[in-house]
Design a protein around this ligand. Sequence first.
Ligand SMILES: NC(=O)c1ccc[n+]([C@@H]2O[C@H](COP(=O)([O-])OP(=O)(O)OC[C@H]3O[C@@H](n4cnc5c(N)ncnc54)[C@H](OP(=O)(O)O)[C@@H]3O)[C@@H](O)[C@H]2O)c1
Length: 322
Amino acid sequence: MQRRQIGSSDLQVSPVSFGTWPIAGVTSLGVNDGDSLATLRACAELGINFIDTAYCYGPNGESENLVRQALSESRDEFVIATKCGVHYNEEGKQTNDARPEQILRECDESLRRLGTDRVELYYLHSPDPNVRVAESAGAIRELVTAGKVRYAGISNHPLEQIHEFHTVCPVVAVQLPYNMLQRDIEQRTIPWCRENNVAVIVYWALMKGLLAGKLRTQSDLDANDNRRGYPMYQGQEWEQNQTFVDSLRDLASECDQSVPSLVINWTISQPGITAALCGAKRPWQLEESAAAMNFQLSEAQHGRIEAAIKARGKAAAKRLFT
Ligand SMILES: NC(=O)c1ccc[n+]([C@@H]2O[C@H](COP(=O)([O-])OP(=O)(O)OC[C@H]3O[C@@H](n4cnc5c(N)ncnc54)[C@H](OP(=O)(O)O)[C@@H]3O)[C@@H](O)[C@H]2O)c1
């Protein structure tokens, strides 16, 4: 089993983690409890011991509840990460509230939903413009001291705020978007994390499915699929992304791998990347992601991927964290 250490912590995790946003059933279509539980239960056999969830993954904590149902008997075999500071308001919309009292309350509720007395990793989910990050960090430090949270992390914050948080409550991990076509965090955040022994846990390695190579035409997307709204899924960007994915197909079959395995393998072998959170709603999807842990690309193959990325050119999508 491949395991990597999370920053300065004693946590050892699989470089492929199961990201449980899809099973919350908010944006993913065709989600059902049977498949979601089967996907969670497949983790152990696939070599995955790292589960990523959040207080706001589902208006009523659907994702955290499913994690409890599927994994309660083997709880200690898993490193569970959850997040705080975003919840559903009365209109059913996700809203930020990272005030200390809200964080303390959400933590207790997450532990209850997860059926556990502590989580291994607890992230501040995203910036709340009304609360200083140092204040939220103080609340998470309190939770670490109380033993409800083993280690702190921070997600979706620019480097300056990561630094501010880290000064009040040392973090062992940051969680940010990263994939072959969106590599902005290589500029500042990854070097800072490497210098400070902080793990970089990335999401959107598959760009929500676009880089998995199975969505070949717009008609492969349901009319209600919210991915239609993403710039990377529209117009010329979509066309260029399809050409790019086509250029990965030969290499994937040469390695006897699926395109998603190749894409995730590339992601988890980038310098400074500790793990990729891989979303799925069916066991076969997670199986393809987990296969990324079982092979190694040669230097020449890495070179071919870099050439394909260069040929694709910079994606016009909004600039992410640097
Ligand atoms: N901190 C944050 O703010 C934040 C933000 C986003 C995500 N995350 C975390 O990161 C995780 C990953 O992000 P994500 O789930 O949004 O996107 P992702 O991992 O880039 O893509 C997941 C989607 O790709 C498709 N897919 C997965 N495996 C596939 C396969 N083998 N073949 C074809 N399609 C496949 C599935 O979509 P369909 O089945 O619907 O086609 C799946 O829902 C999340 O689940 C969550 O845990 C965190």
